[in-house]
Design a protein around this ligand. Sequence first.
Ligand code: NAD
Ligand code: UDP
Ligand code: UDP
Length: 343
Amino acid sequence: YESHWEDAFDRRVNAGGKMPLGLKRKSLRVLVTGGAGFVGSHLVDRLMERGDSVIVVDNFFTGKKDNLVHHFGNPRFELIRHDVVEPILLEVDQIYHLACPASPVHYKFNPVKTIKTNVAGTLNMLGLAKRVGARFLLTSTSEVYGDPLQHPQSETYWGNVNPIGVRSCYDEGKRTAETLTMDYHRGLGIEVRIARIFNTYGPRMCIDDGRVVSNFVAQALRKEPLTVYGDGKQTRSFQYVADLVEGLMRLMEGEHVGPFNLGNPGEFTMLELAKVVQEVIDPKARIEFRPNTEDDPHKRKPDITKAKRLLGWEPTVTLRKGLPRMVADFRQRIFGDQKEEGG
Ligand code: NAD
Ligand code: UDP
Ligand code: UDP
């Protein structure tokens, strides 16, 4: 394949890595599973920008062609409709494995499918990595910590997960995916990386995916009440998607396996989040309480000491800075749609 050199990329990525500044880097063939989704499509943008050849594999369960349409026609870009539960033969240098629904509403929709995606899907991508000698990065989740008894959570914590609960298709699925990843690494010498991603928000989230930030933003824009589940005192820590993508790329390019927590340590109760949404969108937005979902973790906040030290990474976008960028995207999609529907 064609070699391509990117000075801008060298300066950005190699600043924290091992390659000396100015040393030029070969363009890579990169597979992004789940690349039509929220996080995946932003990652694809960055990889395309740095001059790589990108193959996206996605079954469009929650992803959309719309998220990638701006790359159609670029000879370095390829989109394949495929379910990772089935084997596939491709030749690539790196695999970012994201394919898996991330919103609780989506992953509970067909729990057996979620487990299959995490187990069979991850196994297939590791088999592919083994066959072609590619480096493999797993996007795991803060949900491996379950309803955590340690706060904030560091990577050494083993978690508190209900193995038979309604969230376990995802939590235990991702825990098994981590196990598979480490066993391919230890047993077969595959180069692997593991990221444990904490709640992430930004443009291109599905508008009605049930996650709290997308729900509140869409509700405030539509002048509907913000639905706070339970007493609203449970906490989450919200990371802007561009920070996450930077962290994923540093992890892939660096020399540490992980796992690494990638998240923003700024912690908010759901009531505090609702207040920030009111400030940013509509001070008059009402709050409505709803019963909480089963097994909802009471608190979540990443300890990112390890990522800071070994990847030179930390988030730079606060919730108050990131939220308006997402609101602009949601506003356009929600009111654009309404205009079309209304003729
Ligand atoms: P998303 O739902 O927007 O994206 C997931 C993508 O995977 C979608 O495009 C979907 O169509 C695709 N997909 C699902 N099952 C598939 C299958 N069997 N075969 C092929 N494609 C499949 O979610 P996201 O927020 O972009 O999350 C991406 C990854 O990051 C997921 O693995 C998720 O578990 C992880 N993660 C995300 C968050 C977050 O807050 N966004 C937090 C923790 C972990
Ligand atoms: N696999 C795949 N693409 C490849 C290589 C393997 O999808 O290029 C799948 C393969 O079908 C198997 C899984 O990955 O289901 C694990 O492969 P591996 O070679 O590690 O195990 P084996 O096939 O020997 O059980
Ligand atoms: N939540 C809420 N209102 C909503 C959606 C979610 O109060 O409309 C709460 C939910 O109960 C949980 C938190 O927000 O405590 C985060 O939920 P989300 O589904 O976004 O992600 P999770 O971190 O649970 O995977």
